[in-house]
Design a protein around this ligand. Structure first.
Ligand code: GLY
Length: 370
């Protein structure tokens, strides 16, 4: 049941293997990359406690020795101080230019360790072993690495492509349901931005996937990664098309800021609500069919996901304040908001041409339903 997506970046091409129990076979996949049979693994305490022994056994089966570092789980680990911990530890382990570093965890570990690999000795290779659905379908592929700054999320970083990604879909079985569904927000995003048939497939098959059906999981992760790889190959450094991956993210950013990046709203939940709002906005601008926003909400609702602003607990700022927060997103270029809108499900496009009064009316109506 192993599927492979090739990311065909010239000079930096790599494979993403997707399927159950890949970490048990990690040694066989990683060995061809090594000049000496040893790797340095950085993980977090939650993933490490659950899965590090299995990974170590998978590496040892091919004679690869492994040292490991476990960091605290959570977004606050994506910081200057933990970057320094990683880099100092990798130097203590005498990781050399030709060695390989392994990022074993969700998006936080992938971004942090990828960035540490990008700057260690001016760049060493790294392998992504993403353990969350969000990391498997989004953050482990495409080479965005970095940490958060006092001024905002992901403001410090580098493009540094991994040499290999092993997305072990059996690891998703140990994810809490809420985190799994939040990651699913990014899966839906791919259907909405560029593949109406995939969205239709998800409407039928996503409940199976959430219930643990492995074939459905592998198929959903494969199609998501294939779409991401295609966009990244066209536009690695986000000069144009890569911004399509930010569908739903302008609204999401404002909502995450308003909720203090707390457990009130997980990133993927904000993306799902943001996608529904982006289609509402597209519909009000007569760009997409009027029934699209309700079809999207119906699917998110059927999956038991947060769908509307009404599903976010606690107070939210008013529409004007939310619009102001959208303006502080890094998707602002030359002072203008960049929106990803859609001409229909699977037909997203990037525009700057969005009247703020229509955005305000969408936000006001959504807030009125709370
Ligand atoms: N997560 C968006 C991107 O990789 O461009």
């Amino acid at each position: 049941m192993i599927e492979t997506v090739h990311v065909g970046l010239p000079g930096r091409a790599y494979d993403v293997h997707i399927g159950p129990d890949l970490i048990k076979q990690a040694g066989a996949h990683i060995a061809p990359l090594l000049s000496q049979p040893r790797v340095a693994v950085i993980t977090d305490e939650t993933v490490g406690a659950l899965h590090l022994e299995t990974l170590e056994a998978g590496l040892e089966a091919e004679g690869i020795s492994c040292t490991s570092l476990s960091l605290a789980a959570g977004e606050s680990t994506k910081s200057w101080s933990q970057l320094q911990v990683c880099v100092d530890w990798l130097l203590e382990q005498r990781v050399e230019r030709r060695d390989v570093v392994i990022a074993f965890g969700g998006g936080v570990i992938g971004d942090l360790v990828g960035f540490a690999a990008a700057i260690l000795r001016r760049g060493v290779r790294f392998v992504q072993l993403p353990t969350s659905l969000l990391a498997q379908v989004d953050s482990s592929v495409g080479g965005k690495t970095g940490i958060n700054a006092r001024h905002g999320k992901n403001l410090i970083g580098a493009f540094h492509q991994p040499s290999l990604v092993l997305a072990d879909t059996a690891l998703l079985n140990t994810m809490p349901d809420r985190d799994f569904l939040a990651g699913y927000g990014e899966v839906v995003k791919y259907g909405l931005l560029g593949d109406a048939a995939f969205f239709g497939w998800l409407e039928t098959n996503a409940p199976l996937m959430a219930a643990g059906d492995m074939a459905a999981r592998v198929a959903a992760v494969r199609r998501s990664v294939e779409m991401k790889a295609d966009i990244v190959v066209r536009d690695e450094t986000e000069q144009g098309d890569r911004a399509l991956l930010n569908l739903g993210h302008t609204f999401c950013h404002a909502l995450e800021t308003a909720t203090g990046y707390s457990s009130r709203l997980l990133h993927g939940e904000g993306v799902a609500i943001g996608c529904a709002l982006a289609f509402e906005l597209s519909s009000r601008m007569s760009l997409c069919p009027q029934e699209d926003p309700s079809r999207i909400r119906a699917h998110l609702h059927a999956m038991g996901m947060k769908t509307d602003l009404a599903d976010i607990e606690g107070d939210l700022p008013d529409a004007e304040a939310l619009l102001d927060l959208m303006g502080q997103d890094k998707k602002v270029i030359d002072g203008k908001l960049h929106f990803i809108l859609a001409r229909g499900i699977g037909e997203a496009f990037v525009t700057r041409d969005v009247p703020s009064d229509v955005v305000l009316s969408v936000l006001r109506d959504a807030l009125a339903l709370r």
